[in-house]
Design a protein around this ligand. Structure first.
Ligand SMILES: [Zn+2]
Length: 359
């Protein structure tokens, strides 16, 4: 749980309101993934750290409605084209991947508070042809009966005990981090041996645990028809565009766009990079995204946005399950980054003072 005494004190001092005011002309984009009905996710619970409970999400919506102006990503695009003016304290909600819980848990709350959101779907996931690779790993680690994982990654051997839930989670995080940073085409070839070594594999389709289920296209259509939700692309197979060939990137961008437009009957012009960290996108991928007919692209690089600076590397603040409301208020105005910058400046000044005294 990311609620620590220090954050609580800073929050009660109102520091977040000062920073919120300073950032009022920028656009804040929040990134969610799946949602949970309750805190307990069973044996899979420890692996669902990206999922926010419906209760927490409702608290966050109330706070955002009171202190921010929720706008849609389409409003941000329109504002960048001079067709609209954004209000101060603009905030955009985005959900990645396309989990069924977006419809089951979050959509009723979006309607209740009348807050718009963009759902970025991985179209082969909605087609029930693939399970997301991070879900596959989580499922195998949560359900394995093995006590040790020994697997070869090329010439590199991964050998770790996985007897306790803590050991399993730690091995999961290590493997997930490794797999995030390799070339797209290599990843599939490495996940299969891990699933085989753990003796458990998640099969895409209706048998998947509820947490990992994708939206149905009917649910996506219903959300899009509400005019509160826009469906955007998150590629066809969750490919990390900066780590795949140009040809494959083009295919992922056009195929997902076609599937969304065919299923929803609406144009798909919003794109969000899978993984979305530095190295997962580039000037080349931005050009490919534009060439495919999208108007913006979102990353997972933390920060706020000035839309006048371009829409193809928009930054977002992630929201996860470990954040209570006090931490959420501080996190979305980047208090941690501000404090780190202050600490560095202070260390620099102190270093100068000490140096001057020694002379
Ligand atoms: Zn994703």
């Amino acid at each position: 749980m990311k609620m620590r005494g220090g954050w609580q004190i800073l929050c009660s001092c109102g520091l977040h309101h000062g920073l919120r005011f300073m950032l009022r002309r920028n656009v804040l984009i929040l990134m969610y993934h799946g949602f949970l009905a309750h805190e307990d996710g069973g044996e899979l619970g420890p692996y669902l750290f990206n999922d926010v409970t419906a209760g927490r999400f409702e608290e966050q919506l109330c706070y955002l409605k009171k202190y921010y102006h929720p706008v849609s990503l389409m409003d941000v695009v329109a504002a960048s084209e001079g067709k609209k003016t954004l209000p101060p304290y603009a905030v955009v909600l985005t959900f990645d991947d396309g989990y069924a819980s977006n419809y089951e848990q979050a959509f009723p709350l979006l309607k209740k508070y009348h807050v718009p959101a963009t759902v970025f779907v991985t179209t082969a996931f909605l087609d029930r042809k693939i399970a997301l690779w991070s879900s596959r790993l989580a499922y195998s680690f949560a359900r394995t009966q093995k006590e040790r994982l020994k697997v070869m990654f090329g010439a590199q051997e991964f050998d770790r005990p996985i007897r306790t839930p803590r050991e399993r989670l730690s091995a999961y995080v290590a493997i997930k981090t490794f797999l995030k940073n390799i070339h797209q085409e290599q990843r599939e070839g490495l996940i299969i041996p891990v699933e085989a070594a753990l003796g458990v594999a998640l099969v895409p389709g209706d048998e998947m645990p509820a947490f990992f289920q994708p939206l149905s296209w009917a649910q996506a259509r219903e959300m899009a028809a509400s005019d509160l939700v826009t469906i955007g692309s998150h590629t066809h197979e969750h490919f990390i565009l900066g780590r795949t060939s140009v040809q494959e990137a083009r295919r992922q961008l056009s195929l997902s766009k076609e599937r969304i437009e065919a299923e929803t009957g609406r144009p798909c012009i919003l794109f969000c990079y899978p993984n979305g960290d530095e190295g997962d996108f580039s000037d080349t991928t931005s050009a490919l995204v534009q060439e495919a007919g999208y108007c913006c692209a979102l990353t997972t690089v933390p920060g706020h946005n000035d839309p006048a600076r371009g829409l193809f590397t928009l930054k977002r603040m992630v929201v996860d399950r470990g954040m209570d409301l006090a931490y959420f208020k501080m996190h979305i105005v980047m208090v941690r980054q501000v404090l780190l910058r202050l600490k560095k400046k202070l260390a620099y000044v102190m270093g100068k003072v000490v140096h001057a005294r020694r002379r």
